[in-house]
Unconditional design. Structure first.
Length: 233
Protein backbone atom coordinates (compact mmCIF):
# COMPACT_ATOMS: atom_id res chain seq x y z
CA UNK A 1 0.00 0.00 0.00
CA UNK A 2 2.82 2.35 0.91
CA UNK A 3 4.32 1.76 -2.49
CA UNK A 4 1.03 2.53 -4.13
CA UNK A 5 0.56 5.75 -2.14
CA UNK A 6 4.17 6.66 -2.86
CA UNK A 7 3.58 6.31 -6.58
CA UNK A 8 0.44 8.45 -6.28
CA UNK A 9 2.36 11.17 -4.47
CA UNK A 10 5.03 11.16 -7.15
CA UNK A 11 2.39 11.44 -9.86
CA UNK A 12 0.68 14.34 -8.07
CA UNK A 13 4.00 16.12 -7.63
CA UNK A 14 4.70 15.67 -11.33
CA UNK A 15 1.31 17.11 -12.17
CA UNK A 16 1.91 20.04 -9.83
CA UNK A 17 5.29 20.72 -11.43
CA UNK A 18 3.71 20.56 -14.88
CA UNK A 19 0.94 22.98 -13.85
CA UNK A 20 3.50 25.33 -12.31
CA UNK A 21 5.51 25.23 -15.52
CA UNK A 22 2.39 26.08 -17.53
CA UNK A 23 1.62 28.99 -15.17
CA UNK A 24 5.17 30.31 -15.48
CA UNK A 25 5.02 30.03 -19.29
CA UNK A 26 1.70 31.89 -19.29
CA UNK A 27 3.14 34.68 -17.12
CA UNK A 28 6.09 35.04 -19.48
CA UNK A 29 3.74 35.17 -22.47
CA UNK A 30 1.59 37.83 -20.80
CA UNK A 31 4.65 39.89 -19.90
CA UNK A 32 5.86 39.66 -23.50
CA UNK A 33 2.48 40.69 -24.92
CA UNK A 34 2.26 43.59 -22.47
CA UNK A 35 5.69 44.79 -23.50
CA UNK A 36 4.98 44.43 -27.21
CA UNK A 37 1.39 45.62 -27.47
CA UNK A 38 -0.06 47.50 -24.52
CA UNK A 39 2.43 50.34 -23.99
CA UNK A 40 3.23 50.80 -27.66
CA UNK A 41 2.60 54.54 -27.50
CA UNK A 42 4.69 54.81 -24.34
CA UNK A 43 7.59 52.92 -25.90
CA UNK A 44 7.39 55.14 -28.98
CA UNK A 45 7.35 58.25 -26.80
CA UNK A 46 10.33 57.04 -24.82
CA UNK A 47 12.28 56.15 -27.96
CA UNK A 48 11.57 59.53 -29.51
CA UNK A 49 12.53 61.37 -26.34
CA UNK A 50 15.83 59.52 -26.06
CA UNK A 51 16.87 59.58 -29.71
CA UNK A 52 15.30 62.68 -31.23
CA UNK A 53 16.92 66.07 -31.66
CA UNK A 54 14.94 68.96 -30.20
CA UNK A 55 14.11 71.67 -32.72
CA UNK A 56 11.79 73.88 -30.68
CA UNK A 57 9.62 73.73 -27.57
CA UNK A 58 7.02 75.90 -25.87
CA UNK A 59 4.41 75.74 -23.13
CA UNK A 60 0.72 76.47 -23.60
CA UNK A 61 -2.65 75.44 -22.13
CA UNK A 62 -3.77 71.95 -23.10
CA UNK A 63 -7.03 73.24 -24.59
CA UNK A 64 -8.94 76.39 -25.40
CA UNK A 65 -10.73 77.81 -22.36
CA UNK A 66 -13.16 80.70 -22.23
CA UNK A 67 -14.57 82.07 -19.02
CA UNK A 68 -18.37 82.03 -19.14
CA UNK A 69 -20.75 84.42 -17.40
CA UNK A 70 -23.81 83.45 -15.39
CA UNK A 71 -26.13 84.17 -18.29
CA UNK A 72 -24.38 81.52 -20.39
CA UNK A 73 -24.85 78.86 -17.72
CA UNK A 74 -28.55 79.73 -17.32
CA UNK A 75 -29.08 79.58 -21.08
CA UNK A 76 -27.40 76.19 -21.40
CA UNK A 77 -29.27 74.84 -18.38
CA UNK A 78 -32.60 76.00 -19.82
CA UNK A 79 -31.89 74.33 -23.18
CA UNK A 80 -30.87 71.10 -21.45
CA UNK A 81 -34.01 71.09 -19.29
CA UNK A 82 -36.20 71.52 -22.36
CA UNK A 83 -34.40 68.66 -24.12
CA UNK A 84 -34.77 66.42 -21.06
CA UNK A 85 -38.50 67.18 -20.81
CA UNK A 86 -39.00 66.27 -24.47
CA UNK A 87 -36.99 63.07 -24.10
CA UNK A 88 -38.89 62.16 -20.93
CA UNK A 89 -42.17 62.55 -22.82
CA UNK A 90 -40.76 60.19 -25.46
CA UNK A 91 -39.48 57.86 -22.70
CA UNK A 92 -35.93 57.98 -24.04
CA UNK A 93 -34.15 57.24 -20.76
CA UNK A 94 -30.83 56.38 -22.40
CA UNK A 95 -30.74 59.71 -24.24
CA UNK A 96 -31.64 61.56 -21.04
CA UNK A 97 -28.65 59.95 -19.31
CA UNK A 98 -26.43 60.92 -22.24
CA UNK A 99 -27.64 64.54 -22.14
CA UNK A 100 -26.99 64.75 -18.38
CA UNK A 101 -23.50 63.29 -18.83
CA UNK A 102 -22.79 65.76 -21.63
CA UNK A 103 -24.00 68.62 -19.43
CA UNK A 104 -21.66 67.52 -16.66
CA UNK A 105 -18.68 67.35 -19.02
CA UNK A 106 -19.57 70.75 -20.45
CA UNK A 107 -19.75 72.23 -16.95
CA UNK A 108 -16.37 70.80 -15.97
CA UNK A 109 -14.71 72.03 -19.18
CA UNK A 110 -16.21 75.50 -18.73
CA UNK A 111 -15.31 75.88 -15.05
CA UNK A 112 -11.95 74.10 -14.70
CA UNK A 113 -9.03 75.94 -16.34
CA UNK A 114 -6.68 73.70 -18.33
CA UNK A 115 -3.15 73.02 -17.19
CA UNK A 116 -0.07 73.95 -19.20
CA UNK A 117 1.59 71.37 -21.42
CA UNK A 118 5.08 71.39 -22.89
CA UNK A 119 5.08 70.83 -26.65
CA UNK A 120 8.20 69.86 -28.58
CA UNK A 121 9.04 69.70 -32.26
CA UNK A 122 11.88 67.30 -33.00
CA UNK A 123 13.50 65.82 -36.06
CA UNK A 124 11.37 62.72 -35.49
CA UNK A 125 7.98 64.30 -34.88
CA UNK A 126 5.76 66.08 -32.37
CA UNK A 127 5.80 65.44 -28.62
CA UNK A 128 3.62 66.64 -25.77
CA UNK A 129 3.93 66.16 -22.03
CA UNK A 130 6.74 65.40 -19.64
CA UNK A 131 9.68 63.97 -21.57
CA UNK A 132 11.00 62.36 -18.38
CA UNK A 133 7.80 60.33 -17.88
CA UNK A 134 6.92 58.22 -20.90
CA UNK A 135 3.53 57.26 -19.43
CA UNK A 136 2.54 60.95 -19.31
CA UNK A 137 3.85 61.78 -22.75
CA UNK A 138 2.40 61.44 -26.25
CA UNK A 139 4.51 61.39 -29.38
CA UNK A 140 3.79 61.17 -33.10
CA UNK A 141 6.21 60.84 -35.98
CA UNK A 142 6.12 63.10 -39.02
CA UNK A 143 5.05 60.08 -41.08
CA UNK A 144 1.86 59.88 -39.00
CA UNK A 145 0.89 63.50 -39.70
CA UNK A 146 -0.80 64.45 -42.98
CA UNK A 147 -0.73 68.28 -42.90
CA UNK A 148 -0.91 71.33 -40.66
CA UNK A 149 -3.09 74.42 -40.60
CA UNK A 150 -4.12 77.20 -38.26
CA UNK A 151 -7.53 78.33 -37.09
CA UNK A 152 -8.98 81.00 -34.86
CA UNK A 153 -11.16 79.58 -32.09
CA UNK A 154 -12.60 81.41 -29.10
CA UNK A 155 -10.17 84.30 -29.51
CA UNK A 156 -7.15 81.99 -29.69
CA UNK A 157 -4.95 80.87 -32.55
CA UNK A 158 -4.82 77.09 -32.76
CA UNK A 159 -2.36 74.85 -34.56
CA UNK A 160 -4.13 71.85 -36.13
CA UNK A 161 -2.35 68.69 -37.24
CA UNK A 162 -4.44 66.33 -39.36
CA UNK A 163 -3.33 62.76 -38.76
CA UNK A 164 -3.01 59.76 -41.06
CA UNK A 165 -3.85 57.40 -38.22
CA UNK A 166 -7.38 56.58 -37.07
CA UNK A 167 -7.01 57.93 -33.53
CA UNK A 168 -6.46 60.68 -32.90
CA UNK A 169 -7.46 61.97 -36.31
CA UNK A 170 -6.42 65.51 -35.40
CA UNK A 171 -4.23 67.26 -32.85
CA UNK A 172 -5.20 70.79 -31.80
CA UNK A 173 -2.36 72.62 -30.11
CA UNK A 174 -2.26 76.08 -28.56
CA UNK A 175 0.77 78.33 -28.75
CA UNK A 176 1.88 81.85 -27.98
CA UNK A 177 1.90 84.37 -30.81
CA UNK A 178 5.64 84.89 -30.32
CA UNK A 179 6.19 81.19 -31.06
CA UNK A 180 4.28 81.18 -34.35
CA UNK A 181 7.08 82.14 -36.72
CA UNK A 182 9.49 79.53 -35.36
CA UNK A 183 6.81 76.82 -35.37
CA UNK A 184 5.91 77.54 -38.99
CA UNK A 185 9.55 77.56 -40.11
CA UNK A 186 9.88 73.98 -38.82
CA UNK A 187 6.50 72.62 -39.88
CA UNK A 188 6.70 73.88 -43.46
CA UNK A 189 9.86 71.83 -43.94
CA UNK A 190 8.06 68.68 -42.80
CA UNK A 191 4.41 69.02 -43.82
CA UNK A 192 2.19 70.73 -46.41
CA UNK A 193 -0.18 73.49 -45.34
CA UNK A 194 -3.81 72.45 -45.72
CA UNK A 195 -5.73 74.58 -48.20
CA UNK A 196 -9.36 75.18 -47.22
CA UNK A 197 -11.25 78.02 -48.95
CA UNK A 198 -13.13 79.96 -46.27
CA UNK A 199 -16.30 80.01 -48.32
CA UNK A 200 -16.42 76.20 -48.09
CA UNK A 201 -16.38 76.22 -44.30
CA UNK A 202 -19.85 75.51 -42.96
CA UNK A 203 -21.15 76.93 -39.68
CA UNK A 204 -20.62 73.61 -37.93
CA UNK A 205 -16.99 73.43 -39.04
CA UNK A 206 -16.44 77.00 -37.89
CA UNK A 207 -17.96 76.10 -34.54
CA UNK A 208 -15.90 72.96 -33.95
CA UNK A 209 -12.67 73.68 -35.86
CA UNK A 210 -12.58 77.45 -35.67
CA UNK A 211 -12.16 79.87 -38.56
CA UNK A 212 -9.56 78.65 -41.02
CA UNK A 213 -6.55 80.97 -41.42
CA UNK A 214 -4.94 81.03 -44.89
CA UNK A 215 -1.22 80.52 -45.14
CA UNK A 216 -0.55 84.09 -46.26
CA UNK A 217 -2.19 85.47 -43.13
CA UNK A 218 -0.40 83.06 -40.83
CA UNK A 219 3.01 84.08 -42.17
CA UNK A 220 2.64 87.64 -40.90
CA UNK A 221 4.26 88.49 -37.59
CA UNK A 222 1.21 90.51 -36.58
CA UNK A 223 -1.75 89.16 -34.66
CA UNK A 224 -4.11 87.27 -36.94
CA UNK A 225 -7.64 88.60 -37.34
CA UNK A 226 -9.73 86.09 -39.32
CA UNK A 227 -11.47 87.59 -42.31
CA UNK A 228 -9.07 90.53 -42.58
CA UNK A 229 -6.22 89.80 -45.05
CA UNK A 230 -2.83 90.64 -43.56
CA UNK A 231 -0.94 90.35 -46.85
CA UNK A 232 -2.30 91.52 -50.16
CA UNK A 233 -1.79 89.24 -53.13
Amino acid sequence: MAGIFGSGDVAREAQIRELQKQVDDLKKKLDTEETDDMPRQYRLAKALAEESKLLYKWEAPSRVHTRRNRQWYWTVALVVVVIIVVLAFLQELALIAAVIAFMFVLYVVATVPPGDVEYRLTDHGVEAGDSNKASEMSAYTWEQIDNFWFSFRQNREVLNLDMKIAFPNRLSILYNRTDRKRIISILEQKLPYKAVPRRKQGWLERLTDGIYIPYTEVMTENEVTPGVPMIKN
